[in-house]
Design a protein around this ligand. Structure first.
Ligand SMILES: NC(=O)c1ccc[n+]([C@@H]2O[C@H](COP(=O)([O-])OP(=O)(O)OC[C@H]3O[C@@H](n4cnc5c(N)ncnc54)[C@H](O)[C@@H]3O)[C@@H](O)[C@H]2O)c1
Ligand SMILES: [Zn+2]
Length: 377
């Protein structure tokens, strides 16, 4: 006896950009939580947000209190815990375990909410805890960095690092909602603010040449944290990531190619070789520059285009070099990590023009060495 049934799931991905989310008059969070049948919620706040931003744990508690006083029927906020932010949050299972323990302590059921306010790393770790408890509790992500708003929070991935490898343990799950509030960005360090724009350069190179032109024009103002020119880039980048997930036909990455991971094979390896001291966004910037230099050398990409992309990254004050690039053997092990993560044949996305790419299945060590040399200061 054999049964082969195909089936589809009705998935919905809701992303809202709104300033001053925790202002009592702002309805966005209320509308997301109300009418959901949930009786309870627990929240986690990135320690970096908590120490720097007025919209931290207390503001969330005050917001729930104000809604209840105004007669709005919302789930009870049972706890707000501050958890470490940054890559350290992903380097062991402490945060994941903390989330799972809190779900048990507060009788969180599958209709309850886990609200996570923080950067991409903390969202990945808290999201994994929420995905594992009861096989999936509703997750509301409130990203507080440029990179989390334009990429990480849009994803349907949660994960932590193990064995020194990025995102080795993780799970796919679509969040209940993603709520982006630009006011969080005010307290972000300049380094972390700029780091998020490497993902915008990445997706512009792959999907939207006009976005690259816009960033070339606005680079100095973005690097200087001008929020009026930065936000449209963040929103467009988020939209392109969302479109890829919802319309690209492979949200749970069953194929061998992972097209949006342009520049990421070396980025993930640089992060791990550096003991996770190079922030993801900076590693992606270096990875993009390296792949452009490589693609130019094998005749895939015109020199003008390669120079353009690298110049844009530099104009955004993003790095295009790190001494660890000289560890070619270490770097090349990143190719195998990348292949192993996706399974099947090694598949790396390389640019052929701004807005066009191709999959390649091998990379030449000697060409890579020459590409690295060309980026050295
Ligand atoms: N799940 C996905 O699809 C996906 C996609 C892209 C990236 N990521 C992951 O995202 C992570 C990088 O995220 P990131 O760039 O947001 O950095 P991050 O989460 O490491 O945060 C950087 C620092 O900023 C602090 N911080 C966060 N918000 C702040 C604020 N508003 N004010 C002051 N400080 C604040 C944090 O505490 C941390 O110290 C990486 O682990 C990467 O792998 C995941
Ligand atoms: Zn990335």
């Amino acid at each position: 006896m054999q049964f082969d049934e195909s089936f589809q799931l009705p998935l919905h991905h809701r992303v809202i950009f709104s300033a001053a989310l925790l202002d009592p008059s702002n309805r966005v969070l209320r509308d997301v939580l109300a009418g959901s049948g949930a009786r309870r919620a627990i929240a986690f706040v990135d320690a970096g947000v908590e120490s720097a931003h007025p919209q931290g744990a207390r503001a969330l508690q005050a917001w729930f209190h104000a809604q209840a006083s105004a007669g709005h029927m919302l789930p009870d906020l049972c706890s707000v815990d501050v958890v470490p932010g940054g890559e350290g949050a992903k380097n062991d299972s402490t945060v994941v375990d903390q989330v799972i323990a809190a779900t048990e302590r507060h009788s969180i059921d599958r209709r309850s909410f886990v609200i996570a306010i923080g950067g991409g790393a903390m969202l990945d770790a808290v999201g994994l805890g929420a995905t594992l408890a009861h096989r999936g509790v509703r997750l509301v992500r409130i990203p507080t960095t440029t990179l989390a708003m334009d990429d990480a929070a849009m994803g349907v991935k949660n994960g932590i690092n193990r064995f020194g490898k990025k995102n080795y343990v993780g799970a796919f799950a679509v969040p209940w909602a993603v709520l982006c509030d630009e006011t969080y960005l005010e307290t972000l360090s300049s380094r972390d603010f700029r780091a998020g724009f490497s993902e915008a350069v990445k997706i512009a190179c792959l999907r939207d040449p006009s976005l690259l032109t816009q960033m070339e024009r606005d680079a100095a103002r973005i690097a200087a944290r001008d929020i009026r020119v930065s936000m449209p880039t963040i929103v467009r980048c988020a939209q392109l990531h969302l479109e890829h997930i919802t319309r690209g036909g492979d949200p749970f990455e069953l194929r061998e190619a992972r097209p949006l991971d342009f520049g990421h094979w070396s980025a993930h390896k640089l992060e791990s070789l550096s003991g996770f001291t190079i922030p993801h966004g900076e590693a992606v910037s270096i990875g993009i520059a390296l792949d452009c230099a490589y693609a130019q050398r094998i005749g895939l990409l015109q020199e003008d285009d390669a120079v353009r992309v690298t110049a844009c990254l530099r104009a955004l004050s993003l790095p295009t070099w790190h001494p660890l690039l000289e560890n070619i053997d270490g770097l090349l092990r990143g190719l195998e990590d990348f292949r192993e993560h996706l399974g099947g044949v090694l598949t790396i996305t390389q640019l052929t023009a701004i807005g066009a790419s191709v999959d390649v299945h091998e990379m030449d060590a000697a060409v890579l060495r020459a590409a690295v040399r060309s980026l050295a200061p």
